[in-house]
Design a protein around this ligand. Structure first.
Ligand code: V47
Ligand code: SF4
Length: 344
């Protein structure tokens, strides 16, 4: 309440406290300072160009190997068709597997085609993991890769692939994935290239509270340097069909993690309660525990669903407004930069 930055010991103490009410009051006060009584949503849709991935992370139920049952690849015309069928949306969110054969040109053409057919649609695409891969297969450095993608139509980047930075846990979760350090490096360069990005943390698997706190502090440190992150999204682990044994997170752990994220990440403007992972009811509670955004209409989601997501598949803008208003907050439809929405 004094406006002082929380230390590592402070954040750990919050994770170990069971006084969820005080935690909620503190996080809600900070959220109100930053965003008033507003809770944001967006008309968006997700598209996954492929689930074929050379990494095969052990927590990922979405990915397949090439030739395996259930593997899919979308053509650019498939992607345009999905966009045409999506009604008025202001953003498309594109993430997928690391395909063993697709060249960088495919990704550039995808962006150019979307920009040509939907010139005002914002394209938020490719996690830091995909950007690192595109740089490697294209033989360019990260900065030049990002500049080329931006020139083709990339508008901003989502926050996926961060998982948990702690090396010992990361190696057990996703041995083939880039390190946490490299994820942060990609984001730093993206911010330097003028791209805003989000950040995430996958929690509720085999990590400790200390791992969560260290993850948040690494993000806060980078944000101090670049200011390029827009929103932080804690991602609740979903265990079904994965190789990491575990349970669904508890509602208490979900709102505690949202609240502590709000308090520790004092230099992030937005904390997102991703309704498709949290479910509608916990997302509503999260809006009272420090979150100010619930993501959007999504339309077609595969990553959470493959891992046993319990929330419904999609919500209309009207349902999102209703969900928000029932919490007493003012529903604000936003664009990708938290400005007034425009439709396409
Ligand atoms: O990177 C994979 C996670 C992420 C599981 O930036 C899992 O606006 C839980 O990053 N259980 C992709 N999570 C989703 C993501 C995202 C979503 C919505 C908005 C934004 C944004 C970003 O999903 C992956 C990975 O961390 N994930 N498997 C699982 N079993
Ligand atoms: Fe591939 Fe991403 Fe799934 Fe890992 S989480 S296997 S990188 S699609």
């Amino acid at each position: 309440m004094a406006g002082k930055r929380l230390s590592k010991a402070d954040a750990l103490r919050l994770f170990e406290s069971d006084d969820i009410f005080t935690l909620g009051r503190l996080a809600d006060a900070l959220a109100a300072k930053k965003n008033g009584n507003r809770a944001y949503f967006i008309r968006n849709r997700h598209i996954n160009p492929t689930n074929i991935c050379i990494n095969r992370c052990r927590f990922c139920a979405f990915s397949r190997s090439k030739g395996q049952d259930g593997a899919f690849e979308l053509t650019i015309s498939d992607i345009l068709k999905k966009l045409r069928a999506s009604g008025p949306i202001s953003e498309v969110h594109i993430v997928g597997g690391l395909h063993p054969d697709w060249p960088v040109e495919y990704y550039l053409e995808m962006l150019s085609a979307i920009r040509k057919h939907f010139p005002r649609l914002h394209i938020k695409a490719f996690t830091a993991v995909e950007i690192d891969y595109l740089a490697r297969i294209g033989g360019l450095d990260l900065y030049s890769t990002l500049v080329a993608l931006k020139a083709a139509g990339l508008g901003s980047m989502p926050g996926g692939g961060a998982e948990i930075f702690a090396p010992a846990i990361r190696t057990r979760l996703c041995p083939e994935k880039i390190t946490g350090e490299r994820w942060l490096e990609v984001m730093e360069i993206a911010h330097k290239a003028g791209l805003r990005t989000n950040a995430t943390m996958l929690y509720g698997h085999i990590e400790s509270h200390e791992d969560r706190v260290d993850h948040l502090l690494s993000l806060r440190k980078l944000q101090d340097r670049t200011g390029g992150f827009q929103a932080f999204i804690p991602l609740a682990y979903h265990p079904q069909n994965t190789e990491i044994q575990g349970r669904y997170t508890s509602g208490i752990d979900d709102i505690r993690t949202i609240a502590i994220s709000r308090l520790v990440l004092d230099n992030f403007d937005h904390i997102k309660a991703y309704w498709i992972m949290l479910g509608e009811k916990i997302s509503q509670l999260a809006l009272k525990f420090g979150a100010d955004d619930i993501d959007g209409t999504i339309i077609e989601e595969k990553i959470t669903r493959s891992a046993g997501g319990l929330a419904g598949g999609q919500m209309t803008a009207e349902q999102l407004v209703n969900l928000i208003q029932k919490t007493g907050k003012v529903a604000v439809e936003r664009d990708s930069f938290y400005r007034k929405a425009r439709f396409h």
